[in-house]
Design a protein around this ligand. Sequence first.
Ligand SMILES: Nc1ncnc2c1ncn2[C@@H]1O[C@H](COP(=O)(O)OP(=O)(O)O)[C@@H](O)[C@H]1O
Ligand SMILES: [Mg+2]
Length: 368
Amino acid sequence: MGVSTPRTMSALCKLELSQFRNIEHSNLELAPFLNLIHGENGSGKTSLLEAIHVLATGKSFRSSLVDPLIREGATEAVIFAENTEHASFGLKKPRNQKHQLKLSGTAQTNWDEVARAIPTQILDSSSFQLLEGGPKARRRFLDWGVFHVEPLFVESWRRSRKALANRNRLLKTQPLDESQLEPWNQELASSAEKMHISRKSYMENLIPVFQDVHGQLSGQSLTNLAIEYRRGWDGDKGLAEALTANLAQDVKYGSSQLGPHRADIEMRVGKRKAIELLSRGQQKLLVCALKIAQGKLLSQAIGRQCLYLVDDLPAELDRENRERVLTQLLNLKTQLFVTCVDLSALDFIHLEGPELATFHVERGIIRD
Ligand SMILES: Nc1ncnc2c1ncn2[C@@H]1O[C@H](COP(=O)(O)OP(=O)(O)O)[C@@H](O)[C@H]1O
Ligand SMILES: [Mg+2]
């Protein structure tokens, strides 16, 4: 974890969209603090958040396909933004062709630099499935945090992906040549041990921040609420040894059953799994606490703020709980993008002046 440095408030100040979803063209001056986006269902609010997410991470939070992001009938979508540190971010996605990503004019081969410059969290209906869904979403949650505080993590992550792909390919070939497998076992094990150390240390730092945020959000401290990180292979053995011991299983399934791609976070209350015990509302607050804790930890660890995209909170939380969640988010003093159908659902927010920008969206047209 990095040494604490002074916080930089790096907010997006300009956002320009062309042919993205139902937004033909839009040029927005953003507020550094709170951006409220309201409009009827189907007007384009989520699309606006999605555009920021795609620019910052390379991925949408609601579609794995890129082509549907391009406005029907258009040949390419363009997203451009500037931040208060005078960096610019540009993404062009032509239909059926590779994207072009630029950071302050320089072409990027991957999202590493851009993602580090615009750490972005999303809180929407699918985020609330963090606990009940499969481990993939929890690994993504975990790795989001590690990526931002451990600059070398992504290297180990990529090495492990490559080793896994090669190992899985060999596991499917017959007859199996174990000697060919060995170098990939070593490579997978060495990258996995590094990932494990980073993930474990991240979780150790996150848990107390989470406990604190969760206590404030829920108004009660679930003292027996425990978060446990699992590395993806059992026992006190190293992964290389575990892979050898588990070879018969791997051959049977034709893929690696143990490794960092099987890591998970388990949440328990006492002896039981949190999802079995907590109400839907309690689970949602827990997810909010996890995400808010990540933002807090990020600014403590590397002195950067992350921006939050908060989609349609009124559809997910009752008035009291959304007030609590938004109060916590506002206390982070970071940049927020908050959507709702009807502004009256958020009328407990008392902000004015340059800290706040309100946008109304109607059939893809965004006005302030
Ligand atoms: N590629 C596209 N081209 C044109 N319209 C689209 C495209 N993808 C989605 N839409 C439309 O954009 C509209 C806005 O969707 P969305 O951003 O989810 O609205 P909101 O969040 O305000 O309810 C929807 O009516 C949807 O049908
Ligand atoms: Mg929406």
